[in-house]
Design a protein around this ligand. Structure first.
Ligand SMILES: [Zn+2]
Length: 195
């Protein structure tokens, strides 16, 4: 049973004490995820267990026990997300282009990056961030990109984030980093991230 009450989803999850406990929760999550048929990730509080365990199943099933994002790129990308706890709803979010994650059940660090030809890179990278957010009571709506009124380029600060697109992909980067891309044919979107 997947929880849809927002008050429940806002609770901050507690660390599991042992990897074994985490693996048991992870197995339940993967089972629930496969039954959902449409989901690619699930966090324990979405099934009523307020523990820091989540699963992602894009390239392969991954159980993340007590996951921590230890590094993240400043650069973001735009992604259209859904959530099993908000059936039928979709929202454009801003996610870090790359994140490095530590867990209690994987040796070393796990690295996720949206870059590359394979669209699954972006799905997996956004999904990991979405699921770890759940464990902190954060939903995709908190990561929404917000449309802002158009401003003339000369009024945009060099360190201010802007959204640019080349028609197929979208990046959220500092204006000074966007300038060379804008000269090579990228356009600035009217959608800018709220930071
Ligand atoms: Zn979700």
């Amino acid at each position: 049973m997947i929880i849809t009450e927002e008050t429940q989803l806002r609770l901050i999850c507690e660390e599991v004490k042992t990897v074994k406990e985490g693996e048991e929760i992870g197995a339940q999550l993967l089972k629930e995820l496969s039954e959902s048929q449409t989901g690619i990730g699930l966090a324990a509080n979405q099934i009523g267990i307020n523990k820091r365990v989540c699963v992602v199943n894009v390239k392969e099933p991954l159980i993340l026990i007590n996951p921590r994002i230890v590094e993240k790129s400043e650069e973001q990308f735009m992604f259209a997300e859904g959530c099993l706890s908000f059936p039928g709803e979709h929202i454009r979010t801003g996610r870090h282009v790359s994140v490095i994650v530590e867990t209690d059940n994987h040796e070393g660090k796990l690295s996720f990056s949206a870059e590359g030809e394979d669209i699954n890179n972006a799905f997996e990278c956004a999904c990991v961030q979405h699921e770890i957010d759940h464990l902190d009571g954060i939903t995709m709506f908190d990561r929404a990109m917000v449309a802002q009124p158009y401003r003339a380029p000369e009024k945009i600060g060099r360190n201010e984030k802007v959204t640019i697109t080349d028609g197929t992909q979208t990046k959220v980067i500092k204006y000074k980093k966007a300038l060379p891309l804008l000269e090579s044919g990228w356009n600035m979107s009217e959608i800018q991230i709220n930071t």
